[in-house]
Write a protein that binds this ligand. Structure first.
Ligand code: ZN
Length: 349
């Protein structure tokens, strides 16, 4: 009787599993019904204890085999269901879709220009010198012949740093963000005797309203050559050589009288228009020249501040804004773009 019951249960199970919807939930219900702890099957196995040892062995074996068969079928069905629920469309790989392009970082136009400039100058035998961006009042102004009451201080209003000096033995010194790379000239000359040729690239700061050609943070670049027989002709020649190399075309240089505290005489220097070559166009407003920077022969007061004997040496210094040069080279119309962090701008280079 138990044997028939087991066989019927199996038949019933097979019929039901054929019909169930292919879902895990329905299968779990079936599993519970036939082989779960409260299933009819378990009840049969529990009732074996009332049988004779011979019957127990015979029926027990049949019950176990059948139970294992049912388990096996359920297990296979589970696998079948999970396989059919696998959505081929979702997992499909289209090998023809173009790959995602990895974005690779690259240089800011300021760095590109700086690199170009450094290459040209080092090929002419110049050394590259750097200095601190936070500078003492002495190096930024006084040593460059700009005493506290000098009007040039207003033109170069910068950011001053509030500081506390705990050590009473130290003289309190005013610190500021340097307003010009010339501060490095003074530092360099204190430790080095002429002749020398150096270039000083670096970041400068000024407290001023920003517009398309002015920013509070900018890069300057300057060249300083000191020796016993350096003259204005050397300055003009060097500038002509440099700009011709930089713009990869013949560039002329024009000096106009100007004033800077640290040079005597001082000049503004222009270069022939790199767009029209000097014949006149919109870029140079018809004049054929582009204003570029300041230059001059180093003031003897600056040499004296560095500890050199007055009138023993002569030298020329000239400088310009890197942004100005980058704007000319890449036709950029707003200086503020360089520090804006706008990727649409930077990614063009
Ligand atoms: Zn022009």
């Amino acid at each position: 009787m138990l044997k028939e019951k087991i066989e019927n249960l199996k038949k019933q199970f097979l019929a039901e599993i054929e019909k169930i919807k292919p879902s895990d939930k329905a299968l779990f219900e079936l599993e519970k019904k036939y082989v779960g702890r409260k299933s009819e099957f378990i009840a049969i196995l529990k009732s074996l204890k009332n049988l004779t040892p011979e019957e127990k062995k015979k029926i027990g074996e049949l019950a176990n085999v059948t139970k294992n068969q049912i388990w096996e079928i359920i297990k296979n069905k589970h696998a079948e269901i999970s396989e059919s629920s696998f959505d081929a469309k979702k997992e499909e790989i289209d090998v023809t879709i173009p790959g995602k392009k990895k974005s690779v970082g690259h240089w800011n136009p300021i760095s590109l220009v700086r690199h170009d400039i450094e290459n040209i100058f080092t090929s002419m035998g110049y050394e590259i010198i750097e200095g601190p961006e936070v500078e003492t009042e002495w190096y930024n102004f006084d040593a460059l012949n700009i005493p506290a009451d000098h009007p040039a201080r207003d033109m170069q209003d910068t950011f001053w740093i509030r500081q506390k000096i705990n050590n009473k033995n130290l003289k309190e010194e005013s610190l500021s963000m340097r307003s010009q790379t010339s501060a490095v000239q003074a530092r360099y000359m204190e430790k080095n005797k002429p002749p020398f040729r150096i270039i000083v690239p670096g970041k400068c700061f000024r407290r001023e309203a920003t517009d398309t050609t002015h920013d509070h943070t900018f890069y300057q670049f300057e060249a300083l050559v000191v020796g016993e027989k350096i003259n204005v002709g050397n300055l003009k020649f060097t500038a002509k050589e440099f700009f011709s190399a930089f713009f990869k075309q013949d560039v002329n240089v024009r000096l106009r009288p100007s004033y800077f505290p640290f040079t005597e005489p001082s000049f503004e220097f222009d270069i022939s228009c790199t767009v029209c070559g000097g014949s006149g166009c919109r870029t140079c407003k018809g004049g054929g020249w582009l204003e570029l920077g300041g230059a001059g022969m180093v003031n003897q007061n600056v040499f004296a501040s560095a500890g050199y004997l007055r009138n023993k040496y002569q030298g020329f210094a000239w400088g310009f804004g890197l942004e100005r040069l980058a704007m000319m080279k890449y036709k950029i119309d707003d200086v503020r773009l360089f520090h804006s962090g706008d990727l649409r701008f930077v990614k063009q280079f």
